[in-house]
Design a protein around this ligand. Structure first.
Ligand code: NAI
Length: 308
């Protein structure tokens, strides 16, 4: 198994580090355009092997795609991150050019790769990568819902004062502060609806905190987050390479599912060795359906800014 992570910045390097520590592949290539950065970070990560005990080899590459040849899974994190006060949507122009170029280069050397898009605005970048590459839709996956769901579970656990491990819940829809949909109605504490433990006001606050989860961190840190994004991306990679068939909300191409066509948005999918294997059709309430519809409108209008 060979995995490539494009972009050796905060999210890319953390994703690679998590993948390597868990030995999800024999080789992990970290590629960046900045001279020396990917080589330096790869060497730094490799120097933890003797301390942490793993056999996966990190390989740094300054824009040399030949080194990525034969990758089974490729994660794209290259692009600008948000600064305080910025929305994910404001990144569209510059990141579209980067994601398009990277996708072309990757497919030259790894035509069969499963591609995971992380760069923002993620739903639009996933749609762009799919349209430009023409690869089968099941091999293109956008990472957003996994992170948003982890944040949702954390806020629920913090409010209930319980372990995040015992909370189950999902965030679907677009990966934006106003477009994501935390499914509080379906969230459980070990199978028991969280509404048995929290009142409506508390649940509303958890949902609101989840939606601005990324912006809250950007304000505190001064740039966007990387620990949870890196772990969430690794979790997608793990479910694919180990064929775990976990159900994770991911941005995938919808062709009528959830009432939407020709758009990439977050819905629960089963992730296995061939990519996203099927979409889980949740029975949404009328309010959730309306929120999904509104979210789709916003994502669609963003896609309109692409010159496809
Ligand atoms: P960063 O600035 O730390 O790293 C980005 C890296 O991409 C830089 O090292 C840069 O040199 C590299 N890069 C730029 N153009 C490139 C190209 N053409 N080829 C190869 N490398 C290139 O940014 P960070 O924090 O790692 O974020 C990366 C992206 O991920 C941003 O767009 C950010 O908004 C997004 N993001 C998405 C999340 C999600 O849930 N989908 C969560 C967190 C961040």
């Amino acid at each position: 198994m060979k995995i490539t992570v494009v972009g050796a910045g905060a999210v890319g390097a953390t994703t690679a580090d998590n993948i390597i520590r868990r030995e999800l592949a024999e080789e992990v290539v970290l590629l960046d355009i900045k001279e020396g950065v990917s080589e330096g970070k790869s060497l730094d990560i490799y120097q933890t092997a003797a301390l942490l005990g793993f056999n996966t080899k990190p390989i740094g590459s300054t824009n040399d795609y030949e080194k990525t040849k034969g990758s089974d899974v490729v994660v794209i994190t290259s692009g600008l991150p948000r600064k305080p006060g910025m929305t994910r949507e404001e990144l569209i122009g510059i990141n579209a050019g980067i994601v398009k170029g990277v996708t072309e280069n990757i497919l030259k050397y790894s035509p069969k790769a499963i591609i995971i898009v992380v760069s923002n605005p993620m739903d639009t970048m996933t749609y762009l990568a799919l349209k430009e590459s023409g690869i089968p839709k099941k091999r293109l996956i956008g990472m957003g819902g996994a992170l948003d769901s982890a944040r949702f579970k954390t806020y629920l656990a913090m409010t209930m004062d319980v372990s995040p491990l015992d909370i189950h819940g999902m965030v679907i829809g677009g990966h934006g502060d106003t477009t994501m949909i935390p499914l509080t109605r379906l969230a459980t504490y070990n199978g028991i609806p969280v509404s048995r433990f929290l009142n409506a006001e508390q649940l509303e606050k958890v949902a609101a905190d989840t939606m601005v989860g990324g912006a809250t961190l950007t304000k505190l840190i001064g740039t966007s987050a990387w620990y949870a994004p890196g772990a969430a991306t690794m979790m997608l990679v793990e479910s694919i390479v180990r064929n775990q068939k976990r159900i994770v909300p991911c941005s995938v191409y919808l062709n009528g599912e959830y009432g939407q066509k020709d758009i990439c948005m977050g819905v629960p999918v089963v992730l296995g060795r061939s990519g996203w294997e099927k979409i889980i059709n949740l029975r949404l309430s009328d309010a959730e359906k309306a929120a999904f519809e509104k979210s789709a409108e916003a994502v669609r209008s963003m896609n309109g800014a692409l010159s496809l």
